[in-house]
Design a protein around this ligand. Structure first.
Ligand SMILES: [Zn+2]
Length: 227
């Protein structure tokens, strides 16, 4: 009965709320590099800039993930359009696009794998380049937020509970020293289980998915779309 009431309440709320779109990106560069990037994870830099500027022209305001979550939690009515930009994996190619985002006062969240910050480790092949720990910790702009993406880029749904917990704990130990750390975890490929969700919930970390949905008033997850 309680669940049904929540469903009705959520449906009614949706009618009053403009959805907040959270976008997931990886590489935004001048040219595609087949040796270090996947085509589905890449966007050409001019195309990206045009897209962002056209969204702003259409009345969309880019806000930080924290601000979006506060709105999702508290707004009773939302008529303005908001969107959030997030980048996964912490690739070194971010250094090419972050200055433009800063110049245009566009907030961004980076979801980081702790292990690859050492300058040697990589996810798929040695050509992949990641931000180093020094580079990441040198980013202190209030326009940037740093969230979790697991210690390594591992499918959470295939991990034991102990493995998942260890991965999160190691990541938190490293990243919560960052002045711009936020307690949000982007599941790799958006894969998760009720047990991994519970573990995050116990640690008061908000799970972030990538299932193509928009956000209205559900505070259990942040939903994302691939841009
Ligand atoms: Zn990823």
């Amino acid at each position: 009965m309680k669940e049904l009431w929540h469903k009705i309440k959520r449906k009614w709320m949706k009618l009053r709320l403009q959805p907040i779109r959270v976008f997931c990106l990886h590489h935004v560069t001048e040219q595609f590099d087949a040796e270090s990037m996947s085509a589905c994870d890449w966007m050409q830099i001019d195309e990206f800039k045009r897209l962002i500027l056209s969204m702003q022209h259409d009345g969309i305001t880019f806000i930080s993930l924290s601000e979006a979550y506060a709105k999702i939690s508290h707004d009773k009515c939302r008529t303005h359009k908001y969107a959030v930009l997030t980048f996964d994996d912490g690739y070194a190619s971010l250094k090419g696009i972050l200055p433009w985002l800063q110049e245009n006062r566009i907030p961004v969240t980076l979801f980081i794998n702790g292990k690859y910050l050492d300058g040697h480790s990589y996810r798929k092949n040695p050509k992949e380049q990641y931000l180093t720990k020094e580079e990441l910790f040198a980013i202190t702009s209030p326009l940037v937020e740093i969230g979790l993406h697991g210690w390594e880029h591992t499918d959470a749904s295939q991990m034991t509970q102990a493995e998942f917990e260890k991965s999160i704990n190691r990541s938190v130990d490293l990243l919560n020293a960052h002045p711009r750390y936020i307690p949000f975890h982007a599941y790799t490929w958006g894969r998760h289980t009720t047990l991994t969700d519970r573990d995050l919930q116990d640690k008061q970390i908000i799970p972030v998915l990538v299932g193509g949905k928009k956000n209205y008033c559900n505070t259990k997850y942040i939903e994302r779309e691939i841009l």
